[in-house]
Design a protein around this ligand. Structure first.
Ligand SMILES: [Zn+2]
Length: 231
């Protein structure tokens, strides 16, 4: 059950409607795991969970789960991001869940990281219009549904300007520079003194997450950590 602690949170989208649509889509257009052939999504949870884990976190507060160099992980991200395979978000959330809960129990114990809110890394308006959805927001909503008591807050951390795709910028400093001032916060009272879990699909140098964290902290957030599907 979702906690009702944050009555003001903007939980966008009704999960049960999403789930119904999901089931209808699955009935009309069945897909099969390309690894084991099971009727599910292009990859199933059982196959994904076996794949190579990210070896090291890039920063102490960033927890990437899988290794992006693993071809199946890369393919999963690309399918979700560019091929409208939105149902993969549910599977990604399912394989991220255990790691998040595990780290959270430690964070709660040692850093008083209680009652956190999930916030997805936003897309700029232009990119959102082009793609039609924010893949990270989809993962976040499924996490919110699957991880007991955590609410997903969207529309608070916003991308205020279009930036070049981080992946095409090789230089680390230029990556950071590309992002400076690209995030903003709306309704900052919703994050004041709150612990926050940022969610992103892939992190490379952590530049995006660092910039997002800075903006959240400047707007009153207490502690910020991040989980990403891959690194
Ligand atoms: Zn499978």
């Amino acid at each position: 059950m979702k906690s009702n602690i944050l009555k003001n949170d903007k939980i966008q989208g009704n999960y049960s409607t999403m789930e119904i649509i999901d089931n209808i889509l699955d009935f009309v257009f069945p897909t099969y795991c390309i690894s084991c052939g099971k009727r599910q999504e292009d990859f199933c949870v059982d196959c994904l969970v076996e794949l190579r884990r990210a070896e090291r976190e890039c920063e102490k507060w960033i927890f990437p789960i899988f290794d992006y160099r693993e071809p199946k992980i890369k393919k999963t991200v690309l399918l979700l991001k560019y091929k409208s395979k939105k149902r993969l978000a549910k599977i990604i959330a399912a394989v991220m869940r255990d790691r998040i809960l595990e780290e959270l129990s430690e964070l709660e114990q040692f850093s008083n990281f209680t009652d956190p809110i999930l916030i997805p890394i936003p897309l700029s308006k232009k990119r959102l219009r082009k793609r039609g959805y924010n893949q990270t927001e989809l993962i976040c909503k499924h996490l919110s549904h699957n991880v007991t008591g955590l609410n997903c807050l969207t529309g608070v951390l916003i991308k205020t300007r279009e930036t070049k795709r981080q992946a095409i910028i090789k230089d680390r400093r230029k990556r950071l520079k590309n992002l400076v001032g690209s995030f903003g916060v709306k309704n900052k009272e919703l994050i004041r003194h709150r612990n926050i879990i940022l969610i992103d699909d892939v992190t490379t140098t952590g530049a995006t997450l660092k910039e997002a964290k800075k903006v959240l902290k400047n707007n009153g957030a207490r502690k910020v950590v991040a989980f990403t599907f891959a690194h």
